[in-house]
Ligand binder design. Structure first.
Ligand SMILES: [Zn+2]
Length: 299
């Protein structure tokens, strides 16, 4: 990935490097359970927090630190800058309104304190808090992603993860977050798949437009494969398999299967079609969440 054509920087707040503030550390079995149930990339922070309270007890918190001079804020700021440019123009053109730019908080503590989403354990993975309009990311997550989940920590894969969380921000601004509640009674946890696949798709649309504006894929085929590898690795079935759980119990799926996540990121990347008509299809009551895919997309 090559971000040398990008001059805009998004809002990044680097809270890393703080000192432990005391209390018991979360870890072991508790952490594993949180990881399993909460999933990755777009979990409901409230749920993660409850699990954390149940398994972790008193949390080890870290005081906000001075940040780290590892270049990560620069990288993340540029990636967020590209999402700002792409979505600002798109929101103005399609929704005739100003784009509210989200903030990205970098953390490295066992627990991250948010305003509207409570205290969220590191094990929850990257997430977006709608109440704060803030994305939270521990860059060390990408080591776990590559080593334990079979994803990729390549730059474009990391950018995809950030763009996926920005996708949740777009959903928040456009009211799709609120929409999913109506589906929950009928579909239970599966309703979350609608939001997650739409966020993957929005990340794909960002990549489509970003590539045309910034030529940020230095090796398009290889860069894309790295991101697609990640999309597959964070499918519900893939994660359950890694955790040694029953990967056929799809009633518990809330992010979409590996095949679904792969398809929708790629579909967004191939078409860049973020029209309301297409985005609404993720919330078509006649299509069940687990049926979202090539067939229901007319392919
Ligand atoms: Zn998500």
């Amino acid at each position: 990935m090559d971000l040398s054509n990008v001059s805009e920087r998004g809002n990044v707040e680097d809270r890393r490097g703080g000192l432990p503030g005391g209390g018991a550390a979360i870890g072991g079995i508790g952490a594993l359970v949180v990881t399993l149930v909460a999933g990755y990339l777009g979990i409901n922070p409230q749920v993660a927090n409850q699990l954390f309270q149940a398994f972790g007890g008193a949390a080890q918190k870290q005081k906000a630190g001075p940040g780290k001079a590892d270049g990560y804020p620069e990288f993340a700021g540029k990636v967020l800058g590209t999402t700002n440019i792409v979505w600002r123009e798109w929101i103005a053109r399609n929704h005739n309104r100003r784009y509210e730019e989200p903030t990205l908080v970098l953390f490295d503590s066992a627990v991250v304190q948010t305003g509207g989403c409570g205290n969220v354990p590191n094990e929850a993975g990257p997430f977006y808090c709608p109440a704060d309009k803030i994305l939270y990311l521990n860059p060390a997550f990408f080591e776990t992603l590559e080593k334990e989940l079979g994803g990729s920590k390549a730059q474009f894969s990391q950018a995809f993860v950030i763009a996926h969380e920005v996708g949740h921000h777009i959903q928040n601004l456009l009211g799709y977050n609120a929409k999913v509640k109506a589906f929950q009674d009928r579909e239970g946890e599966n309703a979350g798949i609608r939001l997650e696949l739409q966020a993957d798709y929005l990340a794909g649309c960002w990549a489509y437009h970003g590539q045309r504006t910034f030529k940020f894929l230095s090796n398009p085929e290889k860069d894309l494969q790295e991101a697609l590898k990640t999309a597959k690795s964070i499918g519900d079935d893939a994660i359950m398999k890694k955790m040694g759980r029953d990967a056929t119990n799809s009633s518990k799926f809330n992010h979409g299967t590996a095949a679904q996540r792969y398809f929708f990121f790629k579909q967004g990347f191939d078409t860049g079609d973020s029209t309301k008509r297409t985005l609404d299809k993720f919330f078509d009551p006649n299509i069940r969440p687990l049926d979202l895919g090539p067939k229901t997309w007319g392919q």
